[in-house]
Write a protein that binds this ligand. Structure first.
Ligand SMILES: [Zn+2]
Length: 348
């Protein structure tokens, strides 16, 4: 199994975030990806590859040009204006009618326009890191089109809270939809048949950014299983009221167990089979784990293997696994490994 990994992620290392009404060390740290990478690199059957660089056009298929330009220039503009040197964090938020106006000229105004929360900071190396995180997803998609049955794109920063023109929830570029668009466009062009992709989001938090992007796209189904947004980030999206032909949300209550989760997971797989897709992208978050500090489900480590076994048994299509969340660093690598192990050939 190929694992795509870029060392550029370490350039995105914000010092802190404002969460739950206090300032904390940044939860989405470089240490997360390093732990997973170190646990994987020595395993038999793992081939680590570096992402190749792609044209920015692939990012522009799912994000607005103005937003991409913002990510590229936000830190330098912020520093040039003499603002807080540690990084870009909004001090107000452009809600409703305010957001219908232009982002304006001030770096403070722009931060409030393009950023949706106070836990997702832009620092000096953020653009380099997020660009390479997207390339990590795209390289995974490219290898899938070249015939791999499964690829793990160890993306960092994650992507599923990044929308068409906004960041949030530690996410800046929506890696899953960027990869989906690539699979559809390049896959359809090379085989002369229309391809369809499903994104199955099993992070604890609703993939609001992915949902936002998928609304604007064709031939992508988005299915998300997540903590009830009435009590969890991102709070305002993820209910069944948002369900449509190409968007299916499964909000679940606090304390959801392995067995309860698995029965809903089966429903999600049935949705994907019904839609009829050529490729599956899994937005893998392991913050559904019983001891994760940002989630309150009760999944155990072996359950992640059972979930991937269901995918292997019921969907005979190529699978791209993209890393999203998971914050208990004592168990993070073990849980990711548990999910990936069924995809690995048995050691001879
Ligand atoms: Zn999450």
């Amino acid at each position: 199994m190929k694992v795509v990994y870029s060392p550029y992620h370490i350039l995105h290392d914000p010092p802190k975030e404002f969460i739950s009404n206090h300032i904390e060390n940044y939860g989405e740290s470089p240490f997360r990806a390093e732990l997973i990478f170190e646990a994987l690199m020595d395993l038999p059957g793992i081939e680590v590859i570096r992402p190749v660089e792609f044209s920015i056009d692939h990012l522009l298929k799912v994000h607005s040009e103005e937003y991409i330009k913002y990510l590229e220039t936000a830190y330098d503009d912020w520093i040039e204006a003499g603002l807080w040197s540690e990084g870009v964090l909004p001090e107000f938020f452009a809600l409703g009618r305010i957001r219908q106006n232009s982002p304006g000229k001030s770096p403070v105004g722009k931060a409030g326009y393009y950023m949706t929360d106070s836990c997702t900071m832009i620092v000096k190396g953020t653009w380099e890191a997020v660009r390479h995180s997207a390339y990590t997803a795209l390289t995974g998609a490219q290898n899938l089109l070249n015939g791999d049955a499964v690829v793990f794109s160890l993306c960092r920063p994650p992507g599923h809270h990044a929308g068409y023109d906004y960041s949030g929830g530690y996410c800046f570029l929506n890696n899953a939809t960027i990869a989906a668009r690539y699979l559809i466009d390049v896959g359809s062009a090379t085989t002369f048949s229309q391809k369809k992709v499903a994104i199955l989001d099993i992070d604890f938090h609703h993939g609001n950014g992915t949902q936002d992007v998928v609304q604007r796209q064709e031939n992508i189904l988005f299915v998300s299983i997540h903590g009830d947004p009435d009590y969890n980030y991102p709070y305002l999206t993820g209910s069944v009221a948002e369900n449509s032909e190409k968007n299916i949300n499964y909000p679940l209550p606090s304390g959801t167990t392995d067995k309860e989760y698995e029965s809903v997971f089966q429903l999600a797989v049935t949705d994907i089979i019904k839609f009829g897709v050529d490729y599956l992208i899994v937005s893998l978050g392991v913050d559904t784990f019983e001891f994760d500090q940002l989630g309150d489900f009760k999944l155990t480590s072996p359950e992640y293997s059972r979930l991937s076994e269901i995918l292997i048994t019921e969907l005979e299509i190529p699978i791209l696994v993209i890393m999203e969340g998971g914050y208990n660093t004592d168990y993070l690598a073990a849980n990711v490994l548990s999910f990936l192990r069924p995809f690995m050939p048995d050691p001879a």
